[in-house]
Design a protein around this ligand. Structure first.
Ligand code: NAD
Length: 467
């Protein structure tokens, strides 16, 4: 039986109740974590509050050294942690290793560097400007990149000199336990990091509303993010929200169509489509529409569905039965609203496990449900456009603004279109994800940024001394 991590030790929850952890490939219960309570949250926040004064007084260089040690431990344990993530959330092992485990190790390293390079003082006129740790951070994270999302918050907060209470998703919580072990073994002082597992409306709400929490950093759905922001407003906390997306991949007529479509399909399906920045809408000019659909169907069919540990698997199961059923409902809605299902669909590809076929819809019109709402499964919508202006309008035509991509004959043209997109990240002609660049959303995709210097700034307060 696992415990909560409070004030440097593993402590039983006051509830005695547990949350089952299910392997989505086998549908079997593989572990249990405590269902934390508001009093567990209060104990963790008290520990973080008490630890704040000494931790915030440590030098940024010392904090950086500790984070670098934690990153080294994470790399040493990468195989074991990737196995855990492949088992409790269903990512294919190679993705679980490279993206879900080694990328967060890189984020820890970059936060170590940022701590060491932190410019905590500057001068303007007769003022000395101090950047100080913001206090106790309540971090609430989702299940889709369970280690990465936690590390983005925890490492930046610790680098800034904040203390943390982390509430991971109840759906795939085991990576957060591995992170607690890593931080403990790296020698983080008691109380600086605390872990309370459990349900959002209980543990998450207690954390978001706790008067001694100074900053709430939330990643998850827009629905839960709204609730967290409302609770945090009661005590005027600083809030960072990383929410959902419905990102567009604009393929202009002078782009390399084959390359753009193949890359676009991969970026729609990565992690079985359970990626906030997934490029779920492919926007293609009418003149190339039929060719693009044929290329997308061919690419989709190369995404072998199967066991996360099997050689050649490109699509693991969705994380839960609820998520699988939600995606199936969207596929049905797409057909009911007149979109053309060109591959995939609602059949279960394997007898056991929460799998969904790699699915492509053609003939998707702006305003259809599958064009507007985040599906969070391997479902790509291909939307035709007639002009660059129309493509930009469609791309900007949802409540979200998290990511996007533009493919064009030249970088210059792609960049000029990217400048018109109301979204936090844009990949230009296949530009790779960069974990050093700030990440976050416009509009209902969120408030604030993670990663890079802006990600660190979320956890710093500013004081001006007039000399
Ligand atoms: P979710 O909103 O259901 O849960 C996220 C976290 O919030 C979990 O820990 C959950 O327990 C907690 N929570 C739920 N209700 C809460 C409440 N009332 N008060 C406080 N906490 C609450 O999201 P999910 O299903 O775990 O994750 C998928 C969503 O996350 C998608 O919408 C995806 O786009 C988004 N996401 C965004 C980013 C980003 O960086 N923008 C990254 C990953 C995932």
């Amino acid at each position: 039986m696992r415990h909560l991590y409070v004030n440097g030790s593993w402590t039983p929850s006051t509830s005695g109740e547990v949350v089952d952890v299910i392997n989505p490939a086998t549908e079997e219960v593989i572990d249990q974590v405590p269902a934390g309570t508001p009093s567990d949250v209060a104990a963790a926040v008290d520990a973080a509050h008490a630890a704040f004064i000494p931790w915030s007084a440590t030098s940024p260089a010392d904090r950086g050294k500790l984070l670098a040690d934690a990153a080294a431990l994470l790399r040493e344990r990468a195989d074991q942690i990737a196995t855990t993530i492949a088992t409790d959330m269903g990512a294919p092992y190679s993705l679980a290793l490279k993206v879900q485990t080694l990328m967060p190790a890189g984020v820890l390293e970059s936060c170590a560097d940022m701590a060491e390079g932190l410019v905590a003082e500057s001068r303007v006129g007769n003022s000395l400007i101090l950047r100080e740790p913001a206090g106790v951070v309540g971090a609430i994270t989702p299940w889709n990149y369970p280690l990465h999302q936690a590390v983005c918050k925890v490492a930046a907060a610790l680098a800034a000199g904040c203390t943390v209470v982390l509430k991971p998703s109840e759906v795939a919580p085991l990576a957060a336990y591995a992170l607690a072990d890593v931080l403990h073994d790296a020698g983080l002082p008691a109380g600086v990091f605390n872990l309370i597992s459990g349900y959002g409306p209980v543990v998450g709400e207690a954390l978001a509303g706790h008067p001694l929490v100074d900053v709430v950093s939330f990643t998850g759905s827009t629905r839960a993010g709204r609730r967290v922001a409302a609770l945090a407003a009661e005590s005027v906390k600083r809030v960072a929200l990383e929410l959902g997306g419905k990102s567009a991949n604009i393929i202009l007529p002078d782009a390399d169509l084959e390359k753009a479509v193949a890359s676009g399909v991969s970026h729609a399906y990565v992690n079985s489509g359970q990626t906030c920045s997934a490029l779920t809408r492919m926007l293609v000019h009418w003149d190339q529409y039929d060719d693009a659909v044929a290329l997308a169907v061919a690419a989709a069919r190369t995404f072998t569905v199967g066991d996360p540990f099997a050689e050649g698997t490109r699509l693991g199961p969705l994380v839960s039965a609820a998520q699988r059923d939600r995606v199936i409902r969207y596929i049905n809605t797409g057909q009911e609203e007149g979109a053309r299902l060109v591959t995939g669909g609602t059949d279960y590809p394997l007898e056991r496990g929460y799998y969904v076929e790699p699915t492509v819809f053609a003939g998707v019109a702006p305003g259809m449900t599958i064009e507007q709402e985040e599906i969070f499964g391997p479902v790509l919508s291909i939307v035709p456009f007639g002009s660059e202006d129309e493509a930009v309008a469609i791309a900007n035509g949802t409540p979200y603004g998290l990511a996007g991509a533009v493919w064009a004959g030249s970088e210059e043209r792609a960049v000029s279109v990217a400048r018109r997109l109301r979204t936090g990240q844009v990949s230009i002609n296949g530009g790779r994800f960069n974990a050093l660049a700030p990440f976050g959303g416009y509009k209902q995709s969120g408030i604030g940024r993670e990663l890079g210097e802006p990600g660190l700034a979320e956890f710093l307060e500013i004081k001006a001394l007039q000399l």
